[in-house]
Design a protein around this ligand. Structure first.
Ligand SMILES: [Zn+2]
Length: 118
């Protein structure tokens, strides 16, 4: 009884690892497409047609081909501080006119402006 159960453990472990490996391999296209805009479409194709060899190959090729296009197409967003400075308006304490966030002197009355808060 004890010997037979001990003999079963290595087989069980191998079986489990093999199962996990097959599962990981099966969802490889979806894993490769995880950061992409069409991830859901690739995942659905992977799930529904992945068990057919052709469907799995299509999902894998799709995941690999669309990834490069998206990385090129998506622009890097501009730095935050510049966007904040242009969007924020400050007003002169002497004349009340608006001025740019980075300005040291008022463009309307020439009064010295305090260091603008960020
Ligand atoms: Zn002013």
């Amino acid at each position: 009884m004890l010997i037979s159960s001990l003999c079963f453990i290595p087989f069980f472990h191998f079986h489990l690892i093999f199962m996990l490996f097959s599962l990981l391999l099966y969802f490889l296209p979806a894993y490769l497409a995880r950061n992409r805009s069409d991830f859901t479409a690739i995942l659905v194709l992977n799930l529904l047609a992945g068990w057919t060899f052709i469907g799995w190959i299509v999902a894998l090729v799709w995941a690999l081909s669309s990834g490069r296009q998206r990385q090129v197409a998506v622009p890097v967003p501009p730095a935050g501080p510049a966007q904040l400075a242009s969007g924020t308006t400050f007003f002169c304490s002497a004349c009340g006119k608006s001025f740019d966030a980075g300005a040291r002197f008022c463009s309307s009355c020439g009064a010295a402006l305090p260091a603008t808060p960020r």
